[in-house]
Structures are given as structure tokens and as C-alpha cells.
Ligand binder design. Structure first.
Ligand SMILES: CC(=O)N[C@H]1[C@@H](OP(=O)(O)OP(=O)(O)OC[C@H]2O[C@@H](n3ccc(=O)[nH]c3=O)[C@H](O)[C@@H]2O)O[C@H](CO)[C@@H](O)[C@@H]1O
Ligand SMILES: C=C(OP(=O)(O)O)C(=O)O
Length: 424
């Protein structure tokens, strides 16, 4: 298992290119299953999760060509299976995103249940209920969701999500675009990645109204064509580099990103004392050598503060002046980073879904273990300010979501290197 060795203490300074968004690329790759012609998807990040999704498409008979610039062409003309097997789904929950497209296009799907993960139980009941509302017959047998659309085609329906769900909205949206009749999704997720998927579907010929709002109205069409679509920049990767700059008192310019995607995070960084300047496709944070002020953060669905930035802000508070609270309202178990940060000297007290963090002048190095993607990112950020050398172990989580993390941090002046280990 690889680890990252980080010698803390360097103030970050420089420019970093932001990759395409994992959470946009994954649903868009699943949506290629809906196309009659060739789909060309660009600005894909070079990540394990993307490789897993391409492998999943490949095992269903989709022809996948990867170009040098990491853009991908898919052709579903010779598909021979509608099964998403356990071995792939267990490594990436987002594999559930093939359920909607398979049912919509082929009238059947067999997708392994993804199961829970480090941040919570993460059920998929709302995805299943959405498919059933559109007429699908669904059985959960032997750990698989086995679904079929009677007559081979789903029917439009009125769907109300009682919890805002990102991939649930995406799955139902992809099912509805080829259904017979009109589907209304109420209390839909409004995350930028849902908007990106909807825009891609429209480019393929789908009819969707209300994009970006919490009510989506989809008029089903008979077929969708291939198109060329570039995925949007990764707002969570952007936020992670900005927080890293803030905690080191440094100055970082994120290029090829979009400030409009991340108002809640930029607002909190300004509250912490960072000077933020933005252009159409860049964001610069300058801490001018100062220590951040503690901030209070509460996660909630977009446009509120994203849960995927929560762990990074726990670190920011851990070295800030003052005391800040971080409230996690989306996932029931997303404070796995806290114990590891306390081993590095952080003063954190967790009560239910609230972490109360009293900032300290500095952290100290310790061997730490990453438990999920953003927890891992927070440990890397903590290590960048800690005194001494920190080994962040189990970093395969990081490789699911951060392209070339050590190269990008090196470019910004961090002392970080990957230490290769055995297989996990
Ligand atoms: C690949 C992807 O895009 N992942 C993101 C997506 O995950 P994901 O789409 O899995 O997260 P959801 O938005 O679905 O989860 C929100 C809440 O709804 C609950 N729920 C969800 C579905 C369901 O059928 N039943 C149910 O109870 C979940 O347990 C959770 O408490 O949104 C999360 C919330 O912004 C992010 O942290 C993840 O990075
Ligand atoms: C939780 C995340 O991803 P996933 O839903 O793929 O586990 C994340 O991106 O932080």
C-alpha cells in the first residue's frame, strides 16, 4: 500500500491546474450508456474511480477508446450485458449510476448493491423507489438489484425525494430521459455536478426543464445521440488546494476552475481572513502569512456548504485562532479524520454531529491512516503544517479523487513524496 511522506512547514506558493470533477465525470460516463452513437467525453480526471467506471462499461460490452489527453470515446453498439458485478461495484459506490441508464435503454439491469462505507450506511432505497415509480419491477436478490421495465420501457412519473440525494437524482434523471411521457422530480439535488449531467443529456437530445432548480421536468424522448461534452472543473479539488494554502499562510492560484461553483466555500475562506480574488476560470487565495481565524461550518445540500469540504475545514480550524464548530448534517459518520488529527495534536471534541475545534498554533507529525477520500485530504493538509515528517498511510482513497496530488503539491512548494508499498 502506498503512503505519502510529508515534511511540514513550507508555505504554499504558486499555481495549480484543477482537473475535471470526479462527481461529474462518473454520472456522465454512465450516461454514455444512453447514446445511440459515439460519445466523446473530455476533461476527465486521471483517477482510479474513472478507470473503474470505464472498466464497468467495458465489461458490459461498451467499446471504450482512451485518447492521449484522457478524453474518452464510447460506443454502445455491441453491448452484451446489463450486469454491474459486485467486484467492481464494491470498489466504487458510484457504479450504482448505471442502474437508471440500463433500465431506460435496455429495459433491464442487474446491479450489485453498493453497501455502506466509512462515512455512513449510504442506502440506495430512494434510487430504487424512483425506478419503481416509473414502473420498474425491482427485486433485491443475493445482494443484487434486479430490475426490469415491463414492455421494455419505463413510464413518466411524479417523484418526490424526501431526502436530497445527488446520485439518486442523477439516476432517476437518466432513467426519465428515455421514459414514455413526462417525469417530474421534486426536491431534486442542485449540485453543480447534477447540472453538468443534465446539460450533457440535453446535448444528447434530452428534454429537461428546471436545470439547476429543485424541480426537474423531463419529457421522455425515443432516442439520444452521441455528442462531445467536457466535464466541469472539480470544485472540491479546488477547495482542497485553497484550504491547504490558507492553513500554510500561503498564496495559491487555482487555474481552470470556476468560482461560481463554490460560493459557500469561498465565503468561509474570506471569513477565515483569506484574501480571495477571482476571474472567470481562476481563483487566487492569499493568506499573506497570517494564521486563519476559526469559522463555523454546517454542511447541507448545494448551494450550502458541501460535506466533501468538511474534513478540510476541521483542519483549518485546528490551526486557527479561536474556536470553531463544524456540523455534519449529510452523513452520520463523517468524522473519521478527527481521531487521526488529535493524534497530531489537534484539540477537537465531538458531540453527536458537531465537532468543536479549538485552534492551536501548530500540529505535530504522527503516522496517520486515511479512512475515506476527504478524510485523507484533510490529513495531507494537516501534515503540510505539522512540525516534522508525517506518513499518511492507506492513500488509495486519495487516488480515487485527487489527480497527481503529490506532483500538484510539489509544484506549490510542499515537501511531499509518495512512498510505494505493497498491494492492498
Ligand atoms: C459520486 C458522488 O457524486 N458522490 C457524492 C454524492 O454521494 P451520494 O449521491 O451517494 O450522496 P447522497 O446525496 O445520495 O446522500 C445524501 C444523504 O441521503 C441519504 N440517502 C441517499 C440515497 C438513498 O437512496 N437513501 C438515502 O437515505 C444518504 O445516506 C445521505 O445521508 O453526494 C454526496 C453529498 O453531497 C457527496 O458527499 C458525494 O461525494
Ligand atoms: C464521498 C465521496 O465520494 P463517493 O460518493 O464516490 O464515495 C467524495 O467524493 O467525497
Amino acid at each position: 500500500m502506498d503512503s505519502l511522506r510529508i515534511e511540514g512547514g513550507n508555505r504554499l506558493d504558486g499555481e495549480v491546474r484543477i482537473s475535471g470533477a470526479k462527481n461529474s465525470a462518473l454520472p456522465i460516463l454512465a450516461a454514455t450508456l444512453l447514446a445511440d452513437g459515439v460519445m466523446h467525453v473530455g476533461n476527465l480526471p486521471h483517477l482510479h474511480d474513472i478507470t473503474t467506471m470505464l472498466e464497468l462499461l467495458g465489461c458490459m460490452g461498451v467499446q471504450v477508446a482512451i485518447n492521449e489527453d484522457m478524453s474518452v470515446e464510447t460506443d454502445c453498439g455491441n453491448m452484451n450485458s446489463c450486469v454491474a458485478p459486485y467486484d467492481l461495484v464494491r470498489t466504487m459506490r458510484a457504479s450504482i449510476l448505471v442502474l437508471g441508464p440500463l433500465l431506460a435503454k435496455h429495459g433491464e439491469a442487474e446491479v450489485s448493491l453498493p453497501g455502506g462505507c466509512a462515512i455512513g450506511s449510504r442506502p440506495v432505497d430512494l434510487h430504487i423507489r424512483g425506478m419503481e415509480a416509473m414502473g420498474a419491477e425491482v427485486d433485491v436478490v443475493d445482494g443484487y438489484i434486479k430490475a426490469r421495465a415491463p414492455g421494455g420501457r419505463l413510464k413518466g412519473a411524479h417523484i418526490f425525494f424526501d431526502t436530497v440525494t445527488v446520485t439518486g437524482t442523477e439516476n432517476v434523471l437518466m432513467a426519465a430521459v428515455l421514459a414514455q411521457g413526462t417525469t417530474t422530480i421534486e426536491n431534486a439535488a442542485r449540485e453543480p455536478e447534477v447540472v453538468d449531467l443534465a446539460n450533457c443529456l440535453v446535448a444528447m437530445g434530452a428534454r429537461i426543464q428546471g436545470i439547476g432548480s429543485d424541480t426537474l421536468v423531463i419529457e421522455g424522448v425515443d432516442s439520444l445521440q452521441g455528442c462531445h461534452f467536457d466535464v466541469l472543473p472539480d470544485r472540491i479539488e479546488t477547495g482542497t488546494y485553497l484550504v491547504a494554502a490558507a492553513v500554510t499562510g500561503g498564496r495559491v492560484k487555482c487555474k481552470d476552475t470556476d468560482p461560481l461553483l463554490m460560493e459557500a466555500v469561498l465565503h468561509k475562506l474570506e471569513e477565515a481572513g483569506a484574501k480571495i480574488t477571482t476571474g472567470k476560470d481562476w481563483i487566487e487565495l492569499d493568506m499573506e502569512g497570517r494564521r486563519p481565524q476559526a469559522v463555523n461550518v454546517k454542511t447541507a445540500p448545494h448551494p450550502a456548504f458541501p460535506t466533501d469540504m468538511q474534513a478540510q475545514f476541521v483542519v483549518l480550524n485546528a490551526i486557527a485562532e479561536g474556536t470553531g464548530t463544524v456540523i455534519e448534517t449529510i452523513f452520520e459518520n463523517r468524522f473519521m479524520h478527527v481521531n487521526e488529527l488529535m493524534r497530531m495534536g489537534a484539540d477537537i471534541h465531538v458531540e453527536g454531529n458537531t465537532a468543536i475545534i479549538t485552534g492551536k498554533q501548530g500540529l505535530t507529525s504522527a503516522p496517520v491512516m486515511a479512512t475515506d477520500l476527504r478524510a485523507s485530504a484533510s490529513l495531507v493538509i494537516a501534515a503540510l503544517v505539522a512540525q516534522g515528517a508525517t506518513d499518511v498511510n492507506r492513500i488509495y482513497h486519495i487516488d480515487r479523487g485527487y489527480e497527481c496530488i503529490e506532483e500538484k503539491f510539489q509544484q506549490l512548494g510542499a515537501n511531499i513524496k509518495r512512498v510505494p508499498g505493497g498491494s492492498h
